[in-house]
Design a protein around this ligand. Sequence first.
Ligand code: MN
Length: 416
Amino acid sequence: MPNPKPWLDIPHDSDFSIHNLPFGIFSATGKGKRVGVAIGEYVVDLADAASEGLFEELQFDFGVLSSEYLNDFISLGKQVTGKVRSIVQFALCDQSSVLSSIEGLLVEMTAVTMHMPVKVGDYTDFYSSLEHATNVGKMFRDPQNALLSNWKHLPVGYHGRASSIVVSGTEIRRPNGQIVPDGQNEPEFGPTQKLDFELEMAFVVGKETQAGTSVPVKEAEDHIFGLVLFNDWSARDIQKWEYQPLGPFLGKSFASSISPWVVPLEVLEPFRIKGPEQDPKPLEYLQTGGEKNFDINLEVAIQTKGDDKPSTISKTNFNRMYWNMAQQLAHHTSNGCNLNVGDMMASGTISGSDRDSLGCMLELTLNGAIPITLNNGQKRSWLEDDDTVILRGFAEKDGVRVGFGECVGRVLKALE
Ligand code: MN
């Protein structure tokens, strides 16, 4: 619809405007897990809406709307999921629709529990922010040669752990691990002293591929269903000791948090933007033209125990990522590796070039050397127990706002 006008009151600054309509999995009193769409301060119950005939013009098994995960729904393809969104949008602008006339199809957001939106089979984390890779390279290697020689030729990434990806709101246990204390050469086992967050976006694979085939970069976006906020919790001391020569392992695999609403790629069309110029020119299979980046405002806040308001500690944007999502997916399949629906690929920490636009504590505090000060006067070199980290993201243009809601996680003390 060109200019949709909902009959429902939607707060002006809501992430979940009539233009957004992201998909998630929710439950509520009397309603087991099912597919929902966020609108303003409500959730549309798609399973019950289907029973009331809302999608009667579409030919698909409505059972997928009562699934525990979005995977089967997403597998219907963008043709179908896009039509479902359009029908919901139309119904939210039509006072005579079942959404308005039948009670219970809209549930207050405060009354629902959100669950993992997809069953993640495989998870890959990239390292695609030039600013982040440069800052980290300067701190850990050589300030003169911060980027390794491969970095501008391919989107560097590693296979992460899917089992410990959790939905926003899930508490995060401080991990134990091998740590070499400052000034020593031998490791000890104990709680991480350098717990960090990483501000990232992740996309959900929406179309499978067969082993032995590759997705051309021009077709890569057809395989991307939608995006979520992603916090790649990290234990820097464990990471520093274990990472050579095979890369991140237990310093990362204890947990990652995602926002519960998957914003379909089509929602983000108005926010396309050209990415940074790539020099040297990538190999042909990675060459993309046009607007393959997305202008999404991002921020991180920390709320300490007993503090009634979070302190924003970083503001940045997804628009400057050096490697775009199409390149990441094309590269991922360039060796014939197959993808499954629900696979998740995260961007890597998103940092800007300013002091207050950095996407993790490692950069914000220069590896703990310069603590940041929160609004309540407390200082932080790293995350402390009972700290809550909140990621937010939204895009806005010409009066249209679409957002991701929040990705929240509170740190629990380590197990003894
Ligand atoms: Mn990461």
